[in-house]
Write a protein that binds this ligand. Structure first.
Ligand code: SF4
Length: 317
């Protein structure tokens, strides 16, 4: 079996808005995700990272390109193969308040995926729910309660148990900690990490909080206006960011040392993010890039491997 659980080639997701207008939510997106790794996807809100996640998992059909999961094109699957894919992939959503049915007990919510895929019934189903609720740090006594009786952090744990219930190989976590108190965020991230170790899971972890993404991810992709602009290991990205957009994102992270924090240079970007309905010609970042050159308006920079395993799309390289 290949090392890569996912190979995504030139994936695009465009939405037709009427009147001939096209929203290019995801326009240039090619990555490989290795089995057992956590791939972080970062960028400002509206940059297309959630749409990319939903297209990978086939909540949306791709406009073009290929999404290969275990070597099979997700967007061409049907029947038994599609059901198998659905069982091998799961999603944890940002809003733990909205993602649970308020009229369903926690136990039934967790078991919903198992029921859809006819995995367990009777005692086996009850035992599995009990096992899952404990795996995410809650108690068996919580099984018959309703979502409103839980805190945000606890609800997100329930969301994770729901995702795990179908024993997936791959989980997309879409801003799973953004709605939680800062004090709870690290606990939930640590839970993701320990479950990954235990179950050999692969994650696509979508977030705008770069500090948290660094902590959990093996590799990171940076997105801007529907395009991946830089991909490398988490260590390399923070030590040696190459793309001017990545540099500006990293410069905004506060440094805990007050001496360093006092003298460090912050890159404040000017202007607004352009509309994905009417993106700039050439490099999508050129209207805000402090290093833009003439060529940047004329042609889109190709993604190049500038250092081993460090890819960037910028005419500076
Ligand atoms: Fe800036 Fe040009 Fe590089 Fe785009 S290609 S990031 S505009 S320098």
């Amino acid at each position: 079996m290949s090392d890569n659980i996912l190979e995504i080639r030139n994936m695009k997701k465009h939405f037709h808005l009427g009147g001939g207008k096209i929203l290019k939510a995801v326009d240039r997106f090619s990555i490989e995700i290795k089995r057992g790794e956590t791939f972080g996807l970062v960028g400002e809100s509206g940059c297309g990272k959630s749409t990319a996640g939903r297209t990978i998992i086939r909540m949306y059909n791709a406009t073009s390109g290929e999404v290969l999961f275990n070597g099979q094109d997700v967007h061409k699957l049907n029947g038994k193969k599609l059901r198998e894919f659905r069982r091998n992939t799961a999603m944890v959503f940002q809003d733990p308040y909205a993602s649970l049915n308020p009229r369903m007990t926690v136990g039934n919510s967790i078991a919903e995926g198992m029921d859809i895929h006819n995995l367990y019934t009777g005692k086996k189903r009850r035992d599995r729910v009990a096992e899952l609720i404990q795996a995410v740090g809650l108690n068996e006594e919580h099984i018959n309660r309703f979502p409103h009786e839980f805190s945000g952090g606890q609800r997100q744990r329930i969301g994770i148990a729901r995702a795990l219930a179908i024993e997936p190989q791959f989980i997309i976590a879409d801003e799973p900690i953004s709605a939680l108190d800062v004090s709870i965020q690290a606990q939930v991230v640590n839970l993701f990490k320990s479950l990954q170790k235990e179950h050999g899971l692969t994650y696509l972890f979508i977030a705008h909080d770069l500090a948290m993404v660094k902590y959990i991810s093996d590799r990171i992709g940076v997105m801007y206006l529907g395009n991946l602009v830089e991909v490398t290991t988490s260590t390399e990205l923070y030590a040696k960011p190459l793309h001017p957009y990545t540099e500006s994102l990293l410069s905004a992270i506060p440094i805990p040392d007050p001496e360093v924090e006092r003298v460090r240079e912050r890159i404040i970007l000017e202007g607004e993010v352009p509309s994905p309905v009417n993106p700039p010609s050439g490099c999508p970042f050129r209207t805000r890039c402090p290093k833009a050159m003439e060529i940047c308006a004329a042609s889109m920079p190709a993604m190049k491997e500038v250092y081993p395993q460090h890819y960037v799309s910028c005419h500076l390289y």
